[in-house]
Design a protein around this ligand. Structure first.
Ligand SMILES: Cc1cc2nc3c(=O)[nH]c(=O)nc-3n(C[C@H](O)[C@H](O)[C@H](O)COP(=O)(O)O)c2cc1C
Length: 187
């Protein structure tokens, strides 16, 4: 399934075609080798002072890390995201080399995830970022300690035909793709 964005100006195909599915192919598997180009793209993201304040914890469906992450997902996320082939926890390093708060840590992690998601899209892998999870439970389950902080969870996999998933999930796959007009945020 593709859900190309109805853009007002031509943009790169990979950007227009990226979207966040909830219908994932439950039979599809991914390996670290499959995700390596996407992590390489994240590696080459820009960051303040080149601090690269990001790391990723990856679980593949069926392994212990995946189960730990899946158990912390909340609400609707808990129903569809465990069907993805991998769950990726994004982590930021909150301090600079001199031990001060890095004001750009989350910004830089977000840029790395943008690179990750676009390379994954180009490689035929769909990502769906999530903020809906129990932050304390995931931090504890994965043993993440200060100055590291968990920020999001990303479901990664192969987008499935909505006909193969529950009506509740399928319905959202057909919702119109909408955005503010650029005139609302560019001046
Ligand atoms: C930081 C962040 C948190 C998000 N949290 C959730 C979430 O908990 N559950 C969910 O279904 N989608 C979540 N999303 C996905 C957004 O809803 C989605 O990216 C947005 O609606 C635009 O849709 P698109 O990515 O298909 O273009 C999140 C996205 C981001 C970037």
């Amino acid at each position: 399934m593709t859900r190309r964005a109805p853009t007002n100006f031509p943009i790169l195909d990979v950007l227009a075609e990226r979207w966040s599915p909830r219908a994932f192919d439950q039979d599809a598997t991914l390996t670290m080798a499959d995700l390596s180009p996407a992590f390489e793209a994240a590696r080459w993201a820009p960051s303040a002072n080149n601090l690269q304040p990001w790391s990723f914890i990856v679980g593949f469906r069926g392994d212990e890390t995946f189960e730990k992450i899946a158990a912390t997902l909340s609400g609707f996320n808990a129903s569809w995201a465990p069907h993805a082939s991998a769950l990726i926890v994004t982590v930021t390093h909150t301090l600079t080399a001199s031990g001060r708060q890095n004001a750009f840590a989350r910004y830089d992690l977000g840029q790395a995830v943008a690179h990750l998601s676009i390379q994954a899209q180009a490689d035929g892998i769909s990502l769906h970022q999530m903020g809906g999870f129990d932050i304390e439970a995931i931090t504890e389950a994965l043993g993440v300690h200060e100055p590291l902080e968990v920020v999001t969870v990303i479901a990664a996999g192969i987008a499935a035909d909505p006909a193969t998933v529950s009506d509740e999930v399928a319905e959202r796959e057909f919702a119109p793709r909408e955005r503010k007009d650029a005139s609302e945020f560019v001046r």
